[in-house]
Design a protein around this ligand. Structure first.
Ligand SMILES: [Cu+2]
Length: 148
């Protein structure tokens, strides 16, 4: 084997193992069922970077909603407010929990009501133009994280 072929193979291997979406592990993904008449809701999940390079989420998308964004709930002067989050950087080994009262995926202009038992796909858009889509189950409350 020539050195050149070896270098090419090595580069291909590096490229295939460094895909950020492979390193991003999403679990406990759920979306709150919509109350009657409401056309917006939020999605939650735990997002873990199991790779060795930082991963930056630069957006979210979902076919079920006309507008999807990353949001953060904060308490300001005793009032709970939500603000958009443009970027979310996840360091190697870091796990970020999107949960009620904190970071969440905001789903607005829903195309229809979301009821428990169904699931919708939500995609995380990553900085390097990769995207990772996961099924989020619709539930009224968070389901227990572990089933034994
Ligand atoms: Cu929100």
């Amino acid at each position: 084997m020539t050195l050149r072929v070896l270098v090419t193979l090595t580069l291909m291997l590096v490229a295939s193992t460094s895909r950020a979406s492979d390193a991003l592990v999403i679990s406990d993904a759920w979306v709150r069922a919509t109350p009657p008449g409401k056309m917006m809701t939020a999605g939650y999940a735990s997002v873990e970077n199991r790779g060795n390079i930082p991963i930056t989420v630069v957006g979210v998308s979902a076919d079920a909603a006309g507008h999807t964004s990353l949001h953060e709930t904060r308490i300001e002067r005793d009032r709970s407010t939500m603000r958009p989050v443009a970027k979310l950087a996840i360091e190697p080994g870091e796990q970020i929990i999107l949960k009620p009262g904190g970071l969440h995926i905001m789903l607005m202009k829903l195309r229809g009501p979301l009821t428990g038992g169904q699931s919708i796909d939500i995609c995380l858009e990553l900085e390097n133009n990769e995207r990772q889509c996961n099924a989020f189950s619709v539930a009224r409350h968070r389901v227990a994280a572990h089933h034994h």
